[in-house]
Design a protein around this ligand. Structure first.
Ligand SMILES: NC(=O)c1ccc[n+]([C@@H]2O[C@H](COP(=O)([O-])OP(=O)(O)OC[C@H]3O[C@@H](n4cnc5c(N)ncnc54)[C@H](OP(=O)(O)O)[C@@H]3O)[C@@H](O)[C@H]2O)c1
Length: 286
């Protein structure tokens, strides 16, 4: 199976490439074409067409995105160009050669006003430019290529800039940390997500999927747990979203239920605390 992956310098792209490599060590199953913006800028429709027609992958996995949620508020153009138009370019190019497309999306497509885990059929209502651009990306992929997988994930961490690294850095610099305690979600390891993506692309179970670790917590709970696992004693003060006053609105409750993955028997996500503990104790990750 030939797979073209975008955004390979990002957290998820790196982990996917690592897992493909591990699988290939046992048995040469996957031919991976790893790209990032320097080799394949997904906003360039002509370049996307040329690369896809040259490589002829069976599947395109799009992990590339403009993920700076607050910067998106003031740079709408880039947000929509990358997250919506870029996704469309890949879906169309995949369609033209009969390939599947897997688009990674986000819990920020929801407004988070509810109090029960969100399922794939729940209506989207993004609050931020980032969320809107990702929601449009989903729509464009679904309407241009019927062989699509949309995988919505949340609070992702892996090899790259993420909340865990930020907390550990702040803990080494500051006397006390202030962390938001009124947003609920699920921290998700790129290890679990990449494993799920690998399984999905080998099926024809097209559709929308929620793919997050199990359980839920606030950013405050998440920060405290990180410090406990690392044995760092530091005061953590819970604050409200209002006090933090960031440019982009975030959903208050965006816990996703992996409802469709459970239905098709492919839900292998671990509890968030288990996955996070492994991440923190794995050598070389921090
Ligand atoms: N991180 C999260 O908490 C989170 C939560 C929910 C969903 N997601 C989604 O999960 C996916 C993976 O996220 P991630 O955390 O791995 O993202 P990431 O670490 O920010 O990686 C994204 C990669 O895409 C690249 N990129 C940006 N613009 C591009 C373009 N025009 N063409 C090609 N590549 C481009 C980036 O390069 P530069 O760094 O040079 O810009 C970066 O290497 C994304 O779809 C994201 O929306 C993430």
């Amino acid at each position: 199976m030939k797979i073209l992956v975008t955004g390979c310098q990002g957290q998820l792209g790196r982990e996917l490439c690592r897992q493909f490599e591990v699988r290939n060590r046992r048995r040469q199953e996957f031919h991976v074409v790893a790209t990032d913006v320097d080799t394949l800028d997904i906003t360039d429709a002509q370049q996307v067409k040329n690369v896809v027609e040259r490589e002829k992958p069976d599947v395109i996995i799009n992990t590339a995105a403009y993920t700076k949620v607050d910067a998106c508020e003031t740079d709408e153009q880039t947000a929509f160009r990358v997250n919506a138009h870029g996704a469309r370019n890949l879906a169309v190019a995949a369609y033209n050669i009969g390939a599947k497309i897997l688009q990674v999306s986000t819990d920020y497509v929801f407004d988070g006003t509810g109090r029960t885990p969100l399922r794939e059929y729940d209506p989207v209502n993004p609050l931020s430019v980032y969320g809107k651009s990702k929601a449009l990306g989903e729509q464009l992929v679904m309407t241009t290529n019927p062989r699509y997988f949309i995988v919505r994930t949340a609070w992702l961490y892996g090899d790259g800039a993420n909340f865990i690294r930020t907390i550990l850095k702040l803990a080494s610099e500051k006397e006390e940390l202030k962390v938001v305690n009124d947003q609920v979600g699920t921290p998700t390891s790129t290890v679990d997500l990449a494993k799920c993506i690998l399984a999905l692309i080998q099926t024809d179970y097209y559709g929308i999927y929620h793919g997050t670790c199990e359980g839920e917590c606030t950013w405050y709970d998440f920060a405290r747990r990180i410090l406990v696992v690392k044995g760092i004693k530091k005061r953590v003060i819970p604050i409200s979203t209002k006090e933090l006053n960031l440019p982009a609105k975030r959903p208050a409750y965006s816990v996703l239920e992996n409802f469709m993955l459970k239905l098709v028997g492919l839900n292998t996500f671990r509890n968030w605390e288990e996955a996070m503990t492994e991440y923190l104790t794995r050598e070389g990750h921090q």
